[in-house]
Design a protein around this ligand. Sequence first.
Ligand code: SER
Length: 582
Amino acid sequence: MKEFSVKDLKKEYISFFVSKGHKEIKSASLIPENDSSVLFTTAGMQPLVPYLLGEIHPAGKRIVDSQKCIRTVDIDDVGDNSHLTFFEMLGNWSLGDYFKNESIEYSFEFLTKHLMIPTSKLAVTVFEGDEDAPRDEEVAKKWEELGIKKENIFYLPKKHNWWWAGEEGPCGPDTEIFYIFDKEKCSDNCSPACDCGKYMEIWNNVFMEYNKEKGGIKPLKQKNVDTGMGLERIVTVSQNKDSVYDTDVFYNTMKKINELSKVDIKESKRIIADHLRASTMIMNDGVKPSNVDQGYIVRRLLRRSLRHMRKLDIDFDKALEIEGAVILDLKNQLGDFDEKEVLSVLKEEVEKFRKTLAKGLKRINEEIEKGVKTLEGEVVFRLYDTFGFPPELTEEIAKENNLKVDMEGFKTLFKKHQEKSRQGAENKFKGGLKSTGEMETKYHTATHLLNAALKEVLGPHIHQKGSNITEERLRFDFSHPEKVSRENLDKVEALVNQKIEENLPVTFKVMSKEDAINSGAEAMFIDRYGDEVKVYFIGDFSKEICGGPHVNSTGELGHFKIKKEESSSSGVRRIKAVLEEK
Ligand code: SER
């Protein structure tokens, strides 16, 4: 095996595919452009969907890139050897050019002739076939021809060997390549589908010849190849390490964290490293910590890494020192970026969390002074509910003070609370016009239209900061740095009225919170929602998490008129608007 640094491995990959007639393209932003259905770019294929569907790509039919990606679904796995929130995905693409055979030959040549991985260390999985597509014997045969032993070729079902872009879009069977570690199989049935650590997925070659549509799976206009190889994972293999945290990807970061930690908890060290790195990359693409959308993810990542710093007994003041090391490693991997901005945002966020923490500690101390031996579930719940204090943190603090915590009690209250808010939302909805009043219901819907119209006219930075509805008017606070001009207010008003004229249907769907957020639904109080949320759709124009109730179609609203625009607080503007009879 040949050892490559992260930077050189990326170079080697790109130049290999350039030598095979591919054109290099630059990574797209982590924040999807022209696609508000997802929060982040999660795979190299995402920015390329139109070209997989048949549009001509300006760089041609063979493309190679290294795409920045964020995956938040794996957050609970972070801390193990290989899952990362931010990673780069190396990809080679055939847009209606070569297909299965060449794609497999290229992958094999790169792995065995450039990275010099012995063939015996590679295992592959192949689609086993079902009603949508046949068993992929062609692919298995190719692997065998190249020298992969039969016992290292595994047929697996769709769950493992089919790649979907989303609910709709290009998809197809894939063949995944795994590195085999020198450790015992966990059982006789152990296979790459198992996550015991024997096999690590390094490359996925997807044969995108289908499109998932509402009516089912249909053949695409062209046969494409989409491959994805996690840069940081293949670096781990090339540097012969067990974990990505032991490679040069995290060299300065881990060194710094190890230096500052007074307690040795491997998982916490890794979580700090991963979360700071991921939030730095998101902030580098222009996102600030907040309570909505991508900003919410940044806040969650930062707060989680601060919580783990506390576990390691690292003072919060040292967060910037660790961040300095993170930036050094990122510069090594990716080149330059503006660290000043990121550092100052981080500093502010640390201060905010420090305040939250202080408030929570005060509350816990009150309990200690009362002489209690166990923190009641009720207290843990209040801390969570009022200060956004993670229960794990309360548990940690209690432990430090030799207090027990009634976590069962907390869980019961938490469930009850979720149940209540769900029921509340449902009752409100069921009760509909009765419990909320006809005018208020109309203003609720008008507020969604206003939110979406502001976004369209002023830009994607617009987010709801507050809302208040009476029978007479709506009041809406939103993030925007300056006064909104009369001209733009007119445009917003006209757009809302246009959507009313279009008489768009107002519908809702119940989704898991994670799915709703990932689908890009507007959301204001993410912490406060239960696991399942209702997402309201107004035609294609607006998508928001909300309990309801709403009118059935926008035509019921009448005429929308903005009465006033003023400042609410720093960086937040306020609009008051009314609905008039037409
Ligand atoms: N789209 C596939 C993946 O993300 C291959 O790039 O794994």
